[in-house]
Design a protein around this ligand. Structure first.
Ligand code: TEU
Length: 553
């Protein structure tokens, strides 16, 4: 049985990973073709974002049928072959489960719209107030979170797109349906689940206007959330001790995440949170431009790393996913120090306390694509905000600049396999344009160079398996006040691991006053001649070093 603390998960966005049939969309057969590549990297699980039947308004996060594969991704046979081929290579599958909402194309929603009471009760329909929606809540994708249905003279709740109706988890019939879905996939041999925005499923008892925010404080980590997760656990994956789960938690707290992931609570194995990825949001607004606030980043890591440890919770640690811009373009360097910064970012997160997640292309330093026209974007959120910003009078160039930095499409461009047409992703026309730098930044080039970013990731994965201190050591964030370096110390028995990461292009001095060591070795670094450990050392641009000390005197 795999220990999730010693494991690394690789996220695949199948639509953009590899197209096996030339239709321009990535598919499950395409994933099978690349399993040897993933084996070479050494990952333990692959998380596949949704491939179920869907109108694809939100690229599969709008599920119309949880039991069947969308034809654009292939067939159930393809899925079974994938599970089998992955298993042969020691890789397990983690599936994405979207249970906060369904597509409005789902049978349940369609029957609800036909007026069938049973199915209307699967969703959250409410009366308006004086010609206004039931509350003033704002959808995560912009605009009101309520859609008016004339036929019923009622509104339904959609925290995301208007085509994603929120399910009513107070209804036990809904919960039963969901357990059935999870159990169906468990029977297919799936060994992990990623639960989409799972901390939003419990809505408040009373629906009221939010005069302080967009409504999230009323439905985030809602009143019955822990009861629902305990029941879901007990009725499905909890019956399978070898199955792991990760909950995607929106705007949550350390306190809640301890409850979600402390094993004694019997809810989930681990949680994602996003606070560390909001440090470049001006006043909390994603659609703004701002350099990242390094101080804030450090204090968030301190709060979460040490806080989760204190409560015996467990985090998924990550920089990238299909909703986030590429990390080298964001907190690293796209130019001269591209490779060093990509490796530094990798080390900084992989040696923390938690299970690392790698998003396709991150392992060789993929960058944002650098789109210059709105026509190149596909993401519903980006397109909605393009119009919202336009209405606010922001000029076109400025909007495009914001999208270039913030759009979710930054991570959704085709996986860059090689320097051939469309980066080797498809023989046809890709559904979304390939990034500008694919000729130099691609998997084939990375595999051919032994000091590439790829082999750095590979080494980090191997180190996790070899050294318990990485998976089990106590963590303490050190050098709290240092303006350029994110540093931490891990401790297990008579071993200490010190990890230093320079997040900037300027060379910088680091003082480690209490460091008197009998012997230390460099476990991993991103320069071939990194300094040995001492009380006073200098780190070069984006330099990152991890020192293992056998005994502190
Ligand atoms: O995302 C949840 C979520 O709130 C975000 O990460 C979202 O993309 C961000 O707030 C936008 O600024 C999950 C999925 O990862 C995302 O792809 C889906 O669109 C969303 O849920 C709805 O299912």
């Amino acid at each position: 049985m795999k220990d999730f603390r010693k494991s690394v998960v690789y996220q695949i966005y199948p639509r953009s990973f590899n197209d096996s049939n030339g239709d321009g969309f990535g598919d499950l057969r395409g994933v099978i073709e690349k399993l040897d590549y993933l084996k070479e990297l050494g990952v333990d699980y692959i998380w596949l974002t949704p491939f179920y039947i869907s109108p694809q308004k939100d690229n599969g996060y709008d599920v119309a049928d949880y039991y069947h594969i969308d034809p654009s991704f292939g067939t159930m046979k393809d899925f079974e072959d994938l599970a089998h081929e992955a298993e042969i290579r020691g890789i397990d599958l983690m599936l994405d489960m979207v249970f906060n909402h369904t597509s409005t194309e789902h049978q349940w929603f369609k029957k609800a719209m036909e007026g069938e009471e049973k199915y209307k009760n699967f969703y959250i329909f409410k009366e308006g107030r004086e010609g206004q929606p039931p509350t003033n809540w704002i959808s995560k994708f912009g605009g009101s979170a309520w859609e008016y249905v004339e036929k019923f003279d009622q509104y339904y709740l959609h925290l995301f797109d208007v085509t994603q109706g929120d399910l009513d988890w107070t209804n036990s019939e809904v919960r039963e349906e969901i357990y059935q879905v999870v159990n169906f996939w468990l029977e297919k041999g799936v060994k992990g689940f990623r639960l989409d925005v799972i901390n939003l499923i419990s809505k408040p008892h009373v629906f009221e206007n939010d005069y302080l925010g967009d409504g999230r404080r009323f439905y985030t980590d809602g009143p019955n959330i822990h009861t629902y997760l305990k029941e879901l656990n007990e009725r499905s994956f909890g019956q399978h001790p070898d199955v792991i789960t990760v909950g995607e938690m929106s705007s949550t707290s350390v306190e809640q995440c301890i409850k979600y992931s402390n094993p004694t609570e019997k809810e989930l194995s681990m949680v994602f949170n996003f606070h560390h990825l909001k440090v470049d949001y001006k006043d909390g607004d994603k659609w703004s431009l701002m350099d990242f606030d390094f101080n804030m980043l450090k204090s968030i890591f301190k709060e979460w790393q040490e806080g989760m440890q204190a409560g015996n919770g467990w985090s998924a640690v990550f920089w990238c996913n299909h909703d986030q811009p590429r990390i080298v373009s964001r907190f690293g360097d796209e130019g001269e120090y591209h490779v060093q910064s990509a490796k530094m970012l990798a080390t900084s997160i992989h040696l923390m306390r938690g299970t690392p997640y790698i998003y396709q292309g991150e392992e060789f330093g993929m960058k944002n694509p650098g789109y210059t026209s709105i026509n190149q974007y596909r993401d519903v959120e980006s397109i909605n905000y393009y119009h919202i910003l336009k209405e606010q009078g922001v000029d076109e160039e400025q909007i495009l600049k914001i999208l270039r930095a913030k759009s979710r499409d930054n991570s959704r461009t085709p996986m860059q396999w090689d320097k051939s047409a469309h980066a080797g992703f498809t023989d046809g026309t890709p559904w979304i344009e390939v990034g500008a730098t694919y000729e130099s930044v691609n998997a084939t080039t990375a595999l051919a160079h032994e000091d590439s970013v790829f082999y750095h990731y590979k080494k980090l994965i191997q180190l996790r398996k070899k050294y318990d201190i990485i998976s089990e050591g106590q963590i303490e964030i050190i050098l709290d006040e240092h303006p350029q370096v994110l540093a931490y110390k891990r401790q297990l028995d008579n071993q200490t691991l010190i990890v230093l990461n320079n997040f900037y292009q300027q060379e910088i001095n680091v003082e480690l006053p209490q460091t008197r060591v009998s012997s230390s070795q460099i476990l991993i670094s991103n320069y071939s001649d990194s300094p040995t450990l001492s009380e006073n050392l200098i780190l070069r641009p984006y330099e990152s070093v991890a020192y293992l000390i056998m005994k502190t005197l």
